[in-house]
Design a protein around this ligand. Structure first.
Ligand SMILES: [Zn+2]
Length: 296
């Protein structure tokens, strides 16, 4: 079965950019989060053959590179050792050949259209979104700490609040707030995943509210039963010693009702009295009964 991430990525892989500036930004996002580039080679590794194919097609569109996705263990890889293509790519991404840093080049993501394409590329390369039935979590994985700084800054410029944490020798940029994840999915254009996410989120909230309510009710019921048991013990004592008939009329009526309706709250008991009595009135009378029993 496809994971929620794979499901989310598929339509994004198929999405076509409207201009080369966005192709470049998307390729950059993929390269930063799933690839590497040196003065002599470009490489991308992905768990998804579709993602690798997409990278290949972007290299072709932008720099005329004709290459293929190859299987590399359980991964899929794209290797490009064509020096001309590498040079064009470095120049296009404004990366300095002698000192390549894995950081976001601001020129590449200047335009709004490119920002979106860049984030899509980053998500395809190193992003994961967990099935909301399990957990609310979206994350981007990279080995480059400075890239995480740039990326957090980029995300926050789009209004998305993410955090970072170190995990073994990698850095994780993550969000655990469902609203943030929904916003990113919408921004990326992952409409179906967004709708599924929202539906699951609503279901989860309804379920947890129900649990909370029923826990609250159980707690209340427990209180009712405990109090009721105390009253009944006292009433039984009165019955076995002096007899209930010895009680004043208003206490006699209540004592009988209490015996007959052990699971009713004080308010409900009060409603059965004639004339009806408030909860605090019932409480007051029960206290008188308790006091009488205590003195026997
Ligand atoms: Zn663009």
């Amino acid at each position: 079965m496809k994971s929620f991430s794979q499901q989310t990525k598929e339509p994004l892989i198929l999405a076509e950019n409207n201009s080369p500036c966005c192709d470049r930004a998307e390729l950059f996002g993929m390269l930063l989060f799933a690839g590497s580039i040196s003065g002599t080679s470009i490489k991308l590794i992905s768990e998804s053959s579709l993602v690798a194919d997409k990278f290949c097609s972007l290299l072709n569109k932008l720099f005329g590179y004709i290459g293929d996705t190859v299987k590399d263990g359980k991964y899929f890889a794209v290797y490009c050792n064509d020096l001309g293509v590498v040079a064009k790519c470095l120049y296009s991404l404004r990366l300095c050949e002698n000192n390549i840093k894995f950081r976001i080049t601001p020129e590449v993501i200047e335009k709004d259209c490119c920002k979106k394409a860049f984030l899509r590329g980053a998500f395809l390369g190193g992003g994961t979104v967990i099935d909301p039935n399990k957990n609310y979590n979206m994350e981007f994985l990279t080995r480059y700490e400075l890239l995480t700084e740039d990326f957090l800054h980029f995300l926050s410029s789009l209004g998305f609040s993410f955090k970072k944490v170190k995990r073994k020798d990698s850095w994780v940029v993550y969000a655990k707030v469902s609203d943030t994840i929904c916003d990113v999915l919408t921004y990326l254009g992952a409409t179906l995943s967004y709708m599924e996410y929202v539906n699951i989120k609503i279901e989860r909230e309804v379920r947890s509210n129900l649990t909370r309510i029923s826990n609250g009710e159980t707690a209340n019921m427990d209180k009712v039963f405990t109090a009721s048991a105390v009253h009944i013990k006292a009433i039984n004592k009165i019955q076995q010693t002096i007899g209930l008939e010895e009680l004043p009329d208003e206490l006699f009526e209540l004592a009988k009702l209490r015996l007959e309706n052990r699971d009713l709250s004080l308010g409900d008991l009060g409603a059965l009295l004639s004339p009806p009595l408030s909860k605090s009135g019932v409480n007051h009378r029960l206290k008188r009964i308790l006091a009488i029993a205590e003195n026997l």
